[in-house]
Design a protein around this ligand. Structure first.
Ligand code: PLP
Length: 385
């Protein structure tokens, strides 16, 4: 079945006891057994819950995966994946990742002996050079956050396969509507469900999808052993959000392309990062790899008349009215933020400078409002800053 159909139906069947079309929210923490060890597949809700299982089946179907797992947050999923590593292991990670991914690798896992090298994969041969005998995982996001570089998943997967190193792709920005990394050779897909999958800015959640049975067993063990599970209520909310995933991502991508083209021609804008623009460094890879170019844009605002870029960026972000100045992304409402001051404040200043996360960089998450209202809002905010 096509993704549009899977988004509405995958993993979901009318409830056999009542015929309820929507999956019941099973809040019970424990399940009655006919006798010791004789149960219907559920014992205790940390190790398994019917509403969670439904969500996990749905996410697996969307990513074309054999297995799905869901978590209390995207970082809960990341924590679980990183726990497959041992002291002495080495990770090669894309250089432009979610600030919290950088933080967990540097501040939580490095003290326990797991070292990470951060590499710009826009030239895939740089991965080959970064791999050592200790490398046990390769991690990337594409498009990247916040500079929206596009990495060639198939080219990178060829290298990780040759070295038998699992490749993890954080597919939060693209969603399975735009790209399915497992089909391109990745071994694990992870999501911050908080963003597009839930899509309504009212749940924090995470997910993993994969095909490998043994790795799935390991992650399933860790999900229960470490405990970062989502609540059944949140699982229901995400299932409900996913039903319109394809509609939301299509609209956001269409509006984002129009806004990116408009921004590129705007006198107040120095540079626009959007994979759908011909000026994007990896536009050809993006055209091949992505069905749509996504709802995320970043751009660099020019300094004000006094030459102060940060002051102008602050003023611009205070002046938006339809957009909300807020962290996060992927909701039905449009959001705008300043990565250096907000989402990427946890990335050290030198690394931010290297990545181009400077005073003028502004990140936009395009929602599903009318594109004319979004453009007018940015225009009035430029005019008043
Ligand atoms: C938000 C985000 C995460 C972390 O997810 P949480 O749900 O906030 O824990 C990871 N990767 C990307 C790309 C994100 O945007």
């Amino acid at each position: 079945m096509k993704l549009d159909t899977l988004a509405v139906h995958a993993g979901q069947h009318p409830d056999p006891t009542s015929g309820a079309v929507m999956p019941p929210i099973v809040l019970s923490s424990t399940f009655a057994q006919d006798g010791p060890g004789v149960h219907k597949g559920y014992e205790y809700s940390r190790s398994g819950n019917p509403t969670r299982n439904t969500l996990e089946a749905c996410i697996a179907a969307l990513e074309g995966a054999a297995h799905g797992l869901s978590f209390s947050s995207g970082l809960g999923a990341t924590t679980t994946i990183l726990h497959t590593l041992r002291p002495g292991d080495h990770v090669v990670c894309g250089d432009d990742v979610y600030g919290g991914t950088f933080r967990i690798l540097k501040r939580c896992f490095e003290p326990f002996g797991v070292k990470t090298s951060f590499v710009d994969f826009s030239d895939p041969s740089r991965l080959e050079k970064a791999i050592t005998a200790e490398t046990k995982m390769v991690w990337l996001e594409t498009p990247t956050n916040p500079t929206l570089k596009v990495f060639d998943i198939a080219a990178l997967a060829k290298i990780t396969k040759a070295h038998k190193i699992p490749l993890v792709v954080d597919n939060t920005f693209a969603t399975p509507v735009i790209q399915r990394p497992l089909e391109l050779g990745a071994d694990i897909v992870m999501h911050s469900v908080t963003k597009y999958l839930n899509g309504h800015s009212d749940v924090v959640g995470g997910a993993i999808a994969l095909n490998d049975d043994a790795l799935h067993e390991k992650l399933r063990f860790l999900q229960n052993a470490l405990g970062p599970i989502p609540s059944p209520f949140d699982c229901f909310m995400v299932l409900r959000g996913i039903k319109t995933l394809h509609l939301r991502v299509e609209r956001a991508s269409r509006s984002a392309l129009a806004l990116a083209q408009w921004l590129e021609a705007h006198p107040a804008v120095a540079k626009v990062h959007y994979p759908g623009l011909a000026s994007h460094g990896q536009h050809e890879v993006a055209k091949r790899q992505m069905a749509l170019f996504g709802g995320m844009i970043s751009f660099v605002i020019k300094p004000g008349a006094d030459g102060d870029t940060l002051a102008r960026a602050r003023k611009f972000l205070s002046n938006v009215q339809v957009f909300a100045c807020a962290e996060s992304l992927g909701g039905v409402e449009s959001l705008i933020e300043h990565p250096a001051l907000m989402t990427h404040a946890s990335v050290p200043a030198e690394q931010r400078a290297e990545l181009g996360i400077d005073d003028g960089l502004i990140r936009v998450s395009v929602g599903v409002e009318h594109v004319d209202d979004l453009r007018d809002d940015l225009e009035q905010a430029f005019a008043r800053s």
